[in-house]
Structures are given as C-alpha cells and as structure tokens.
Design a protein around this ligand. Structure first.
Ligand code: ADP
Ligand code: MG
Ligand code: ZN
Length: 481
C-alpha cells in the first residue's frame, strides 16, 4: 500500500461565530433565520460615510477563548483590511486582523483513552467579521447580508495533526471548549462553526513538509474525515505516479465523496492587507484580561479530574461532552454524605447509565431535569446505607428521572426496601439451614463457598429484598464462623 509510505500533515483553520447579540461593528441583530436583508444598516451595508465601531463583547469573547486555550493575549492588536471582490462582501474588503492578532500560541487538548490529555499547538486566534451569503436560485442568484458583520474568531492550528482521526478529535475538543465558554453554538451544519483543512503528505522519515491543499466546504465531522482521507489518498497516488501536488484550494463534494479544484494559488486573491484606518489599534489592559472569567472547570480539566478518580475515559468523555452533565456530576458529588471514589464512580455510572438511558428514552430531558442533585445523591445514600439493593437503586433512579418524586417515597411506593431487620432475617436463615442439613454438614467440613448457596436460598424466600450483607453475617455466625 503506497499510503503506508507517507505521513499526512494537517493543520486546521476554524471560523467560529461569536454569540453576541449584535454585530461586530454596528448594532444590527445577529439572530439566525430572519427574512433576508432585514438585519442590516448603513455600516454592514457599507454605505458611503458609515464608520465601524467595535463591539466590546467581541473582544471579551476572544479573550475568553484565548485564556481557555492557553494563548498569550496581546495587549495591542491591529485590525486590517483583507481586500477581495465578492457579491456577499459589500465593502469590497473584510475587516480582520493580520500581522498583530489578539491571541498568540495556545493548545487544543484532546482526551485520550488512557485518561491523559494530548496537546496540539495553535498558531493564533484573530477577530474578524463574517460575510453575507449568496443564495443561488434557479432564476437568479441573490445576496442576503443579514450575516455580514457577524463577529468571528479564526483559530489557526499548527500543522501538527497526522491523521483524519486526530483532526476530528481536535475539532470536537475545540468545539466543546467554545460551546462550554458560551461564545459559540457549535453548529457545523448551519455554519456557525466552520473548518478549513490544510492537508499535505510527505514520505515517512522526511522532515520537509509537502505542498498543502486547502479543503473548504466541509460542514460535518463525517465529511471532514472523508474529505481529509480522500485528499491524502489523492496526493499519495499523484506523487507515486510521478505528479506533483499543486498549492490550491479544493472543495469537498459530499455527494461524490471527492475533492475538486476550486482555484490554484496563482489564481488566488492578492488580499493587499493593510491596517484598517477607520479603527484604532485594539488596546486590551491587563486588568481587562484578568477580569474575563472562565468557568470553574473547562471540559479538559473536568476530564482529567474524572479520569484521575478512576472513572473510565469513555464515561469521562460522555460527561464532559455536555456542560450540564459536568455541572450535574459535581453537584451530585457535593450532595453525597462524603466524597469518596466509590461515590464518584457511582455518580459517573448513574449519569452515563440510568440518566443517559432516560435521556435516550425521552423520559428525562437534560434541559428540564425533574429531579435535583440532592435527590440523586439520596439514592446513593439509600444504597450504601443498606435500605435498598443496587438493583433497586436503578429502579429508583429511573422513576426519579421520570417523575422527580422523592427517592424515599419511591422506595415505599414500589416496595423496594430491603429486609434488614435482624429478627426477620434470622427466622429465614434458620428455615434455610433446617431445610438443607446436607449442605450445612459440607460447609462445616470446609466447603465454605456454600455460603453463596445459603444466601441465595434466603434471598429467594425474601423475593430478592434481603440485605445481602446482613444475611452473610447471620449465616456465618449461625454456622459457627
Ligand atoms: P493561509 O493564510 O494561506 O491559509 P497559513 O500560513 O496561515 O496560510 O496556514 C494556514 C494553515 O495551514 C495552518 O492551519 C497551518 O497549520 C496549515 N499548514 C501550513 N503548512 C502546511 C502543510 N505543509 N501541510 C498541512 N498544513 C499546513
Ligand atoms: Mg487558509
Ligand atoms: Zn448593521
């Protein structure tokens, strides 16, 4: 296989729309889905004489992203004009940042199956404005400028990814972080989180990067994987058959699963970047940077914390995939009688097991959970206190998620309480022993594993509701151990 002789090199450029209420340089709404050209004004329509005024929230969100991703935040950054002609860009240039972006460096961490985190480097994050949208109909092409001027951050990754899998994991982690921060809605389909993938290949063992191709138009994880994998094979086959990879932009055709050339770099725009004269340099004080708050735990920190307390990486990943689950996890922990590893594992199991089942069944809704963390924690206390078995615990949880009734009331209503009353248990134990003289003799002769047989028989009498710990104890003492 020729592909095996080559190593792919991938670097991603992600555009993330910021969740501000108004646009970056004017007061127009950024709400999605309004009738075309109803959220526009002289500034975002580029009428002569209009001037941009920077939305403070945009800067705050960019700082937030930068801090969360471990970037260096520049106290001085500069807006620049990126000139190109396209119908969806009324000014004829996009206001972006070029030589001096707001964030430098940083890392995207990816959770690994062994519970560790692996870091992939970032080059920079800069602030820019989105363009409008061209809508191509049968009779005509039309332009909707509602999106023009929506704030974006572009997160440029270093070419450190080596497979489509790594690229997908990197994207998922980055998306999770931005959604967590509340600065992006992470919607790939609607294009509020978009990715361009730069792909090259080099022969294994060589240092020098190959010529890269920029892939555009990939709006789902599946397509990103397909596009990158197709492109790796295309480049390897091209090189193996004596050709050379051209520096170009290619579009992914998801119906055919192929990439096709859109423009070569020779045809590419010369953007003629220059500093934006209508905006002063962006000055961000240390105090401002310090005042931007991050959530108590970012997804990757939560992942490390969960993994360190012995929770399997798959469960830890399930929990960190939704900020609400992380909050719930730590709120349940806080409501337990004491925070132990047993309690942590039980809570993780509950969230990834019973709760996720209820969410799938539609009997629970994470956006409107019917029960409180304290009620969930109460189930654990009922189990560890011996009131109910772990099997009964699952029944209580299912009912709790569906109805929000008090766990104690559920136990009573469903008759789930274990029989722990010593007198009652002793009577059953005596009856079991009286019925099985042969086993008693063998036990006394050394066949100690018959204890399970006795407890099982008693459980049967008790219809599964005997407290197994108590039964064990009583049998042992009656059998002279
Ligand atoms: P441009 O602005 O033309 O897109 P950049 O230098 O900003 O170019 O690079 C953009 C992206 O391309 C970055 O994410 C970077 O990691 C990636 N990249 C650069 N060189 C290569 C390469 N040889 N192979 C794959 N990706 C690359
Ligand atoms: Mg690029
Ligand atoms: Zn406007």
């Amino acid at each position: 296989m020729p592909v095996a002789d080559f190593e792919p090199v991938i670097g991603l450029e992600v555009h993330a729309q910021l969740l501000t209420e108004s646009k970056i340089f004017c007061g127009c709404s950024t709400a999605f889905g309004a009738p075309p050209n109803t959220q526009v004004c002289p500034v975002c329509l580029a009428l002569p004489g209009s001037l941009p005024a920077l939305n403070r929230k945009v800067v705050e969100m960019a700082i937030k992203a930068g801090k969360a991703l471990g970037c260096k935040i520049a106290e001085r950054s500069v807006f620049a004009r990126k000139n190109y002609f396209y119908p969806d860009l009324p000014k004829g240039y996009q206001i972006s940042q070029y030589e001096l972006p707001i964030c430098l460096g940083g890392t995207v961490h990816v959770a690994q199956p062994d519970g560790s985190l692996r870091g992939f480097g970032l080059t920079r994050i800069h602030i820019e404005e989105d363009a409008g949208k061209n809508i191509h109909g049968d009779a005509a092409s039309e332009v909707d400028l509602n999106r023009a001027g929506t704030p974006l951050i572009e997160i440029v990754g270093e070419p450190e990814l080596r497979s489509a899998d790594e690229a997908t994991e990197y994207l998922k982690s980055l998306r999770l972080t931005l959604v967590y921060l509340g600065i992006n809605d992470g919607n790939l389909e609607e294009g509020s989180f978009r990715c361009d993938a730069n792909v090259s290949v080099r022969r294994k063992g060589t240092e020098k990067f190959g010529t890269r191709v920029e892939l555009k138009n990939i709006n789902s994880y599946r397509f990103i994987r397909q596009a990158i994998e197709f492109e790796i094979e295309r480049q390897v086959e091209l090189i193996e058959s004596g050709g050379t990879v051209r520096l170009e932009t290619r579009l992914f055709d998801h119906e055919k699963g192929v990439t096709r050339s859109m423009r070569s770099k020779e045809e590419a725009n010369d953007y003629r970047y220059f500093p934006e004269p209508d905006l002063p340099p962006l000055l961000v004080s240390k105090e401002w940077i310090d005042s931007v708050q991050l959530p108590a735990r970012l997804p990757n920190q939560a992942f490390s914390e969960l993994a360190a307390s012995g929770i399997p990486a798959t469960d830890a990943r399930t929990i960190i995939a939704d900020a609400r689950l992380v909050t719930l996890y730590f709120d349940v922990l806080a409501a337990l009688p004491a925070i132990t590893d047993e309690g942590r594992k039980w809570t993780a199991n509950t969230l990834c097991g019973e709760l996720s089942r209820a969410l799938n069944d539609g009997t629970a809704d994470l956006a409107a959970l019917k029960c409180t963390p304290a009620q969930i924690a109460r189930v654990f206390a009922l189990q560890t206190g011996g009131t109910i078995s772990s099997t009964a615990g699952r029944t209580v949880l299912a009912e709790l998620f569906a109805t929000g009734s008090e766990p104690d009331a559920i136990v009573t209503a469903k008759g789930l309480a274990q029989v722990s009353d010593t007198g009652a248990l002793e009577a059953i134990v005596d009856a079991v022993l009286a019925k099985s003289p042969g086993e008693v003799e063998k036990y006394k002769a050394g066949k100690k594993n018959l204890l399970g047989f006795f407890v099982g028989a008693a459980m049967k009498e008790l219809k599964g509701k005997g407290n197994p710990g108590e039964l064990n104890k009583i049998f042992k003492s009656k059998l002279g151990d």
